[in-house]
Design a binder for this molecule. Structure first.
Ligand code: NAP
Length: 245
């Protein structure tokens, strides 16, 4: 149950973050929707409110500590607490190793790993006082398997799994669990635009023979955020159709 819990979701306004926010809201959570694009975040919060959800929009960049402090302050001012943090904001800047630019490495590590660190540090301060909390990091199957052309992205997601385990050990005594969800290939606007042949090739690498959906990820996050998952911490839950076992 997440009824009346306060969930701060980064990268909330579209893709997987949007599905996660809708799933949490659907079970009665209050949503602090954080995204870099103000208009998109406000439009999404208007949608959430129309569904009867108590929600607030915050424009912010997870790589900037002052923005992260502001996100947490907005959550505190509106709802007094944060029960669930979902570190979902993420980017890719793919290139083969020999062609990868320093700025592509830095940008991906900054958003995917440092962003999660900054948000966790800021929210954990509150959760420590509350003596309860759920932190869920959205990693990726390629952080476990590797992927040609994604050295920066794979390193960031593998780092996120290490951050998950370290934070899980450190925060357990305060009744805060920290877990990661590692999605496989998820159907998005981007994959929908791929030719049928390419999509079939992707599906052929997956034992369950299909791409996952953003809702598949959202359901797992919802479970990890719930009271029923209270004895799970420091884990990476693969939601990948069996791609990696
Ligand atoms: P998406 O559609 O690109 O959404 C990511 C969201 O994060 C966007 O709203 C984006 O805003 C926002 N964002 C980017 N940089 C940010 C920053 N610095 N501060 C705050 N917000 C920021 O991505 P997605 O496919 O839903 O992926 C969500 C998460 O799942 C990511 O961590 C991704 O690595 C992970 N994942 C995705 C897949 C997949 O197949 N889609 C597979 C494995 C893992 P703008 O669009 O305005 O920049």
């Amino acid at each position: 149950m997440v009824q009346d819990k306060v969930a701060l979701v980064t990268g909330a306004s579209r893709g997987i973050g949007r599905s996660i926010s809708l799933a949490l809201a659907g079970q009665g959570a209050k949503i602090v929707a954080v995204d870099i694009d103000l208009q998109a975040t406000e439009a999404f919060v208007t949608e959430l409110k129309a569904l009867g959800t108590d929600a607030v929009a915050v424009q912010g960049n997870v790589t900037i500590a002052a923005d992260v402090e502001r996100m947490v302050n907005v959550a505190k001012e509106n709802f007094g607490r944060v029960d669930i943090l979902v570190n979902n904001a993420g980017i890719t800047r793919d290139a083969l190793l020999l062609r990868m630019k320093d700025e592509d490495w830095d940008a991906v590590l900054d958003v995917n790993l440092k962003g999660a660190f900054l948000c966790t540090r800021a929210v954990a301060k509150l959760m420590t006082k509350q003596r309860s909390g759920r932190i869920i990091n959205i990693a990726s199957v390629v952080g476990q398997m590797g992927n040609a052309g994604q050295a920066n992205y794979c390193a960031s997601k593998a780092g996120l799994m290490g951050l998950t385990r370290s934070n899980a050990r450190e925060l357990a005594k305060r009744n805060i669990t920290v877990n990661a969800v590692a999605p496989g290939f998820i159907a998005t606007d981007m994959t929908d635009a791929l030719p049928e042949q390419v999509r079939a090739e992707l599906a052929a690498q997956i034992p369950l023979e299909r791409l996952g959906s953003a809702d598949d990820i959202a359901h797992t996050v919802l479970f990890l955020a719930s009271d029923q998952a209270g004895y799970i911490t420091g884990q990476v839950i693969g939601v990948n159709g069996g791609m990696y076992m």
